[in-house]
Design a binder for this molecule. Sequence first.
Ligand code: CU
Ligand code: ZN
Length: 171
Amino acid sequence: MKAIITAIAATAMLAACQTTPQEPLRATAQLKPTKGNKAFGEATFEQVGDKVRVVVFVQGLRPGQEHGLHIHEGADCSGDAMGAKGHFNPHGKPHGRPDGPDRHAGDLPALKANKAGRANVQIDVGGITLDSGPASIIGRGLIVHADPDDYRTQPTGNAGGRIACGVIQAG
Ligand code: CU
Ligand code: ZN
């Protein structure tokens, strides 16, 4: 009898696993240099409540330089990565500071390169998700720019060329 109950319980648990993910939603992006550039790095994304924890490491940057960082709508990182289109903006907002009320969902804090040309950012971002909804960032492009983001100029932040790009992929 006990064995049967255990078997039923195991079947029920298996069914629960198949319908409800037990692992937190995660994604990664490998940042590769665009044509003529040399910055590279990686990013991880993890769903934490209603926000996504974004952790980005980049190296090969000009020492001391600040670089705009955004999630873009498209995922074409070829050539100069212009095929990745504009900033991801599912909520129809203006470009702005990542900690402000008016921002593209894809607006992230700038990377600040140290003396060794390395930079990192960690932030919990609202307005984006890792699920399959309209605000999902899966299959979109993460882009590092040549210049700082002024958080004012519409709709780009005037952050210059695209020096590194990676596609955000689940898992
Ligand atoms: Cu950008
Ligand atoms: Zn923006």
